[in-house]
Design a protein around this ligand. Structure first.
Ligand code: FMN
Length: 193
């Protein structure tokens, strides 16, 4: 979190949120939904979607030494600078898509998500299994999936329009609440620093 200082007075606090998408498809509805989240972020939030997921090598502990691959270093740096993370994913064969699982495996030894506030959204046809798996993976990484920090949107295709905006008002309300809680959780942590 960076504090903006003007003269001697503190005029505001910038929050840095990074989003990860479980789908790397060009026309991905998950990515559209993540892009659309920018419109609901408060002004003091710097929001960035990580686009290097497909360039991460397959996780291999032998590559995870003092000098991990450059793509991994960039990815880890981005997450270590983040005050909070949003993960949005579809379900593939009743689980988390391989690209996302791979990206999470790269965080086991480096622990960028350790105690970090993470909002987990599964948006899919059904999605129940992927959602459970994602929560389990995040608990293994000791991420802080706070109370109200996990949202399952089943039947997502029929609830999303072309711009990635959810057309059902109750889904939009749930997403706004999720983001408000994520920011609240980030601020809670910041007050202890
Ligand atoms: C290989 C594959 C497996 C899938 N498996 C599931 C599944 O198990 N459960 C489910 O609800 N949807 C499943 N789907 C549907 C996708 O989750 C759904 O189309 C989603 O919206 C795709 O997200 P995207 O548009 O961001 O790529 C699968 C799709 C693909 C391509």
């Amino acid at each position: 979190m960076s504090i903006i200082i003007e003269g001697e007075s503190r005029i505001g606090t910038k929050i840095n949120i990074v989003a990860l998408s479980g789908s790397i498809r060009k026309q991905s509805s998950t990515q559209k939904a993540l892009r659309n989240l920018k419109n609901v972020m408060p002004e003091n939030v710097d929001y960035e979607i990580y686009h290097g997921m497909e360039n991460l090598p397959h996780f291999n502990p032998e590559l995870d030494g003092d000098q991990p691959p450059e793509e991994v270093q960039v990815y880890r740096e981005l997450l270590s600078r983040a005050d909070g993370v949003i993960i949005c994913t579809p379900e593939y064969i009743k689980g988390v898509p391989g690209v996302l699982k791979n990206a999470l495996e790269w965080l086991v030894s480096s622990a960028e998500l350790y105690t970090k506030p993470v909002a987990a959204i599964t948006a899919s046809g059904n999605g129940e299994n992927a959602h459970q798996a994602l929560e389990l993976h995040l608990s293994m990484l000791h991420a802080n999936v706070f109370d109200g920090g996990a949202l399952l949107i089943s039947g997502a295709d029929s609830k999303l329009n072309e711009d990635g905006k959810f057309v059902k008002s109750e889904v939009n309300a749930s997403i706004k609440l999720l983001i408000a809680k994520l920011i609240e959780e980030i601020n809670k942590g910041a007050s202890f620093k």
